[in-house]
Structure formats: structure tokens, C-alpha cells
Design a protein around this ligand. Structure first.
Ligand code: F6R
Length: 602
């Protein structure tokens, strides 16, 4: 996610803003900027690239500005990484930095354009600067309150004005903390930025607006202007722990970010009224109707996401799907009415890029699902669906995988609606249930202690099996991959029905079997098969399932949802299982041996 910092106090703001921004560099960013009050004006300095380079420019200018300012590191979600899309955004004597997604930005952009405001970027955030300016008549807190009452979506925002004695910040669904210094106040999206300055922090709540003055004084109000009480918390984490948000590893932090990441993937794309989805697919409904096939190419975890597409898209959109590991992709067989879909969280994986380039020679339509705005893959395709999960630091893909699944759900519904394979009512029902998914994922995360105990019990296993059927077969493969890559335990992922065709020979009382059991009853026969060979079975099953206790040795209950969406819930379960196994074994979870986050060689 992007990073926000702000400062108001007795010291020069610039050096503090650059220092706090550098403390957010570990999260990844593509551009950075600051807005500092200077001789009764707001001076903005921003560019694509490194914070250190921007700081050199600031120092070269003689370190202008006084004691109030805001700063930002951007990780692009709307509009590519560039100088003009970098934050802060300025409107007259007001500057803002923003994290989150303004879902109704197109409507607000039209309104503000008609009111005479000129837009200089491709971002959704810039509407906030102009909206606040439109409402600003000397009371900055009032202007921010009025502006955010017009906004749909998520935000953490910090606002500075040349003429206001205080800074303002506000949040909804995007983190923001206040740092209370000796005689200064700080703001950051992440505690790690503030630790050298203060350990007294206040975690802002959704719907709060804060006024920060240049002394210790702060005032917190709700959206109707009523003053709120607040509690200060003392942070005793060291800097390393703070970067991980207090989690022992980035992987665990990123697993816990999944409800929020899913919300971002859905934000502004779902129309429950129409039972449809808005996506940039780079083609008309007529072109979608004339499609004959979807060919998915991807590697590793992204390939497992693609496999789920193979079960999903034919049912939702009536289109056959084949899925190929990118390094084995045979483009020669492609027919013209095929849509080639590349799935890649990094957008840079060499095998996937090469296959997409080859597919161009066949004159097919091309689409990408990726997490990285402006990555190489986006230049090779006609349309891109961004997963908007924020940067992922742990080498093992977690939140980017569930983001890919979420993007595939949206794509399947869009294709289904465009091809009249789904009625508006069917689309609506699927979407209503889909919007519950972030909350359901949170309930799985709340079972982490139960999953940790199971993981620790079996951490000494020499071999693991993961089994699933239908939508859950790809998740069995993904569970096995996670266990291999971070816990170094040889693990097999199998379709339940395949066990008796060979792998049963490996099953003994020393082989724990993880069964994804939320989709159909046939998996119970497979559970019985392995139980009969002495294996313990850990089943992820739907709560209230009357039979599963009779067959599995351990049952982890997941909330009830559509079978296809339960794939996401099972995913979170197997991620936690692999994570706690590796943690018990004391392994370097965020950087497993021999693996890299982005594989840019064939
Ligand atoms: C496993 C993992 C890898 C990647 C694969 C493709 O946890 O992360 O298997 O999924 O290297 O990477 P992307 O999605 O960047 O193309």
C-alpha cells in the first residue's frame, strides 16, 4: 500500500518528512513527494523514482519551507507510476496525500471539471484535493468533512493548507496513526515511520477527522463534527517488528491483509443493481460474445489461480478454458477467437511474458491480471485487471493469490453477463455473496490459533498430502506448494479422485492429509480411503456439516458460502497451516532458500 507521513511542530518539516518517508521504503513504492508550507504558500516536490533522489533536489534548493508538511510514497493503483501521478496533489493553497480508492471519482471528476477545476493526473486521489478546495472558506476541518462526506470508497488522507493553523487527516478503511511527540504531532500510515520520533501513538478509527496543531494539541471529531475521546498507546516494538506491523514475518502480515486486499480488488467494480461488473477488458460486449475460448497462461501460484478459472469461467460464461504453465505454452494451436489471459502478480515473470508475446503472432485478444501497475505485462495486452493488493514482500505469494482469485470471480461474471450466459439476477446473487468474502476471510483468520496447534502437531511430518475436488483441486495444489516452499516439507497436491491411481501407495500413518472439504460430498470417500491406510486427515469443512466429523480426524470449520468462494477460505486455511509449520521449524519464512520474488529469467 502507499505510505503517508505528516508533521507539524517546532522543527523544519522537510528533513523530518524525508526521514519518515525513507522509513516506509521497505514497503515498496514507485514515486514520492512532499508538500511543505513555505512563506505563506505550499511548495510541492514530487517525482517518480527514489526518495533519496528527491531529497537531494530538496537539499539543493536550500531546504525550503517551515514547520508544517505532508509526504507520500505511491504504489500505483490508478494511473501509471509517473511524476504527474505522484502525490501530493495541490488545488490552490491546499495539498493532500491519499491512500485508498475513491470509487465515485469519475462522477466527482465530472462535477469538479464543470466547476472549473483542472485535472493534471490520471489518479482518483486528485479529486479529493479539488473537492476540499471547493469547500474551503477558511475552516479546513469543515472543508475536509464536507469533501469526504461526498466520497465513496476508502481513504487515509492528510491535508495541509497555506492559510490553516492546523493539519487535518481523516480515515476510512485505510490505516492511519497519529504520533504524539514532546511538542510536535506526527501522522503516518505505518507506525514504523514514527518510532525514532515518538512511541506514543493514537490509532485513528474509521469516520474520524483529526486536527493537529503545532504543539501537543490534537482534536478528534466524528463526521458530524462532535469531538471524540481517544486513547494513547505506547509502542515497544523495535524498528524491524514495526515494519512488519508487529507480526513476526511479512508473510503473516500479508495473510492478515487479505480482507482489506479483497475489498480493494472489488472497490468500484461491482454493480449489484445491474448484477454486473466494470472491468477494463479492452473489448466490446460484441467481441466478448464472439469469443470461443479462453487460454490462461501463468506460473507457480498464479497458475493455480488460472486453474480455478478453468472450473469457473465455463460455468459462469459458457466458454471453454485451457490453462497452461507458461513455460510449456504451445501458442501454435491458438485459434483467432481465443482470449489469452496472462496471470502474474509481478507482471514481470519471463516465461509468462514470452508466452504472451508469442501469442500475439496468432492475432488473438490478450488480457492480464496483475498486481503491479505499469509492469511489463500491461504493455503486452489489450486490457488489464489490477488486483490492487498492495506490495507483497514475503516471497511466497499469499494476498496476491487471493486477489487473483477475486479478479477471476469478477472476470467470470463480466464475461457471463456480456455473453448473456448469466441473467442480471444470477449476476446479482453472485455479487452479493462475493461482497461478503472479506468478512468471511476475517473469520478464518480468527481461527489462527486452532490452525497453529494443528500445524505444530504435524510439523515433524516427512510428507504432506493436500487433496481437493472441483474448485478446490487448485487449492490443494496451492496448499502443497506453500508447504514445500516455506516449510521445506515434500508435499503432494492431488485431485481427490486421483489418489487411487497411484499416490495411495505413499499414504501411511505418518502422512498427514489435508482435505479441502467445502465443495461436494465425494471428497468424503477420498478421506475414508486415506483414513483406512492409517493417515490422519485435517479437513477444512463448512460449519455445521453433519458428516465430516465422522470421517476426518481434525475438522477446521469455515463459514458457509458458495462452494466456489469457499476456495478463498480454504486458501487462507492452508496458508496459515504452512506458515505455522515453517514457524515451528524455525525457517526463514519471508525468504525461503533458492527462491526469488520475481523470476525474470526463462
Ligand atoms: C509461490 C510464488 C511463485 C509465483 C511464480 C509466478 O508462492 O510466489 O510460484 O507465483 O513465480 O510469479 P508471478 O505471479 O509474479 O508471475
Amino acid at each position: 500500500m502507499c505510505g503517508i507521513v505528516a508533521y507539524i511542530g517546532p522543527e523544519k518539516a522537510g528533513p523530518i518528512l524525508f526521514d519518515t518517508l525513507k522509513r516506509l521504503e521497505y514497503r515498496g513504492y514507485d514515486s514520492a513527494g512532499v508538500a511543505i508550507r513555505s512563506d505563506g504558500e505550499i511548495q510541492v516536490l514530487k517525482s517518480a523514482g527514489r526518495i533519496g533522489d528527491l531529497e537531494k533536489v530538496y537539499v539543493g534548493m536550500g531546504m525550503p519551507g517551515d514547520t508544517v508538511g505532508i509526504g507520500h510514497t505511491r504504489w500505483a493503483t490508478h494511473g501509471k507510476p509517473s511524476d504527474k501521478n505522484a502525490h501530493p496533489f495541490i488545488s490552490g493553497d491546499i495539498a493532500i496525500v491519499h491512500n485508498g480508492i475513491i470509487e465515485n471519482y469519475l462522477e466527482l471528476r465530472d462535477l469538479l471539471t464543470q466547476a472549473g477545476f483542472e485535472f493534471k493526473s490520471e489518479t482518483d486521489s486528485e479529486v479529493l484535493a479539488h473537492l476540499i478546495k471547493m469547500y474551503y472558506h477558511g475552516d479546513l476541518a469543515d472543508a475536509v468533512t464536507k469533501a469526504i462526506n461526498r466520497v465513496e470508497g476508502s481513504y487515509a488522507v492528510a491535508v495541509v493548507s497555506a492559510s490553516s493553523p492546523y493539519l487535518v487527516c481523516a480515515r476510512k478503511d485505510s490505516p492511519l496513526v497519529l504520533g504524539i511527540g514532546k511538542d510536535a504531532n506526527y501522522v503516518a500510515s505505518d507506525v514504523a515511520a514514527l518510532l525514532p520520533y515518538t512511541r506514543d501513538i493514537v490509532r485513528m478509527k474509521d469516520g474520524e477527522i483529526v486536527l493537529l496543531y503545532g504543539s501537543k494539541e490534537i482534536e478528534i471529531r466524528d463526521l458530524s463534527g462532535i469531538t471524540q475521546t481517544f486513547q494513547t498507546e505506547k509502542i515497544d516494538w523495535n524498528i524491524d517488528a514495526a515494519e512488519r506491523g508487529g507480526y513476526p514475518h511479512f508473510m503473516l502480515k500479508e495473510i492478515h491483509e487479505q480482507p482489506r486486499a479483497l475489498q480493494e480488488t472489488f472497490a468500484g467494480r461491482i454493480s449489484e443493481i445491474d448484477g454486473d461488473v466494470q472491468l477494463d477488458l479492452g473489448r466490446t460486449n460484441e467481441e466478448i460474445e464472439s469469443l470461443e475460448r479462453v487460454s490462461i497462461i501463468a506460473c507457480g501460484t498464479s497458475y493455480h489461480a488460472g486453474l480455478l478459472g478453468k472450473y469457473l469461467i465455463p460455468r459462469a460464461a459458457g466458454l471453454p478454458v485451457d490453462v497452461e504453465v507458461a513455460s510449456e505454452f504451445q501458442h501454435i494451436q491458438l485459434r483467432p477467437r481465443t482470449l489469452v489471459l496472462g496471470i502474474t502478480q509481478s507482471g514481470e515473470t519471463a516465461d509468462t511474458m514470452i508466452s504472451l508475446k508469442k501469442s500475439k503472432t496468432c492475432g488473438v485478444g490478450r488480457l492480464a491480471i496483475t498486481n503491479v501497475v505499469g509492469s511489463t505485462v500491461t504493455g503486452l495486452v489489450d486490457g488489464t485487471i489490477y488486483t490492487r493488493c498492495g506490495p507483497e514482500i514475503g516471497v511466497a505469494a499469499t494476498k496476491t493469490f487471493t486477489g487473483q482469485l477475486a479478479a477471476l470471480f469478477l472476470l467470470a461474471i463480466r464475461l457471463g453477463r456480456a455473453r448473456n450466459h448469466l441473467t442480471p439476477d444470477q449476476g446479482r446473487k453472485m455479487l452479493v455473496e462475493l461482497t461478503r468474502l472479506p468478512g468471511l476471510v476475517q473469520s478464518v483468520l480468527d481461527k489462527r490459533e486452532e490452525i497453529r496447534k494443528v500445524a505444530e502437531e504435524y510439523a515433524g511430518a516427512g510428507c504432506y498430502f493436500f487433496i481437493g475436488r472441483d474448485f478446490l483441486y487448485p487449492i490443494a495444489l496451492e496448499g502443497a506448494l506453500k508447504m514445500k516452499e516455506i516449510a521445506y516439507i515434500p508435499s503432494e497436491g492431488y485431485a481427490g479422485g486421483e489418489l487411487k491411481h497411484g499416490p495411495l501407495a505413499l499414504i501411511t500413518e505418518k502422512t498427514p492429509v489435508v482435505a479441502m472439504a467445502t465443495c461436494g460430498r465425494k471428497i468424503q470417500s477420498n478421506i475414508k480411503e486415506v483414513r483406512a491406510r492409517g493417515a490422519d486427515v485435517i479437513a477444512f469443512a463448512t460449519e455445521g456439516d453433519p458428516d465430516i466429523d465422522k470421517v476426518a480426524s481434525t475438522v477446521i470449520e469455515l463459514p458457509r458460502t458458495r462452494p466456489v468462494y469457499s476456495a478463498v477460505l480454504c486458501t487462507v486455511g492452508v496458508q496459515l497451516l504452512a506458515y505455522y509449520t515453517a514457524a515451528k521449524l524455525g525457517l526463514p519464512i519471508d525468504k525461503p532458500r533458492n527462491l526469488a520474488k520475481c523470476v525474470t529469467v526463462e
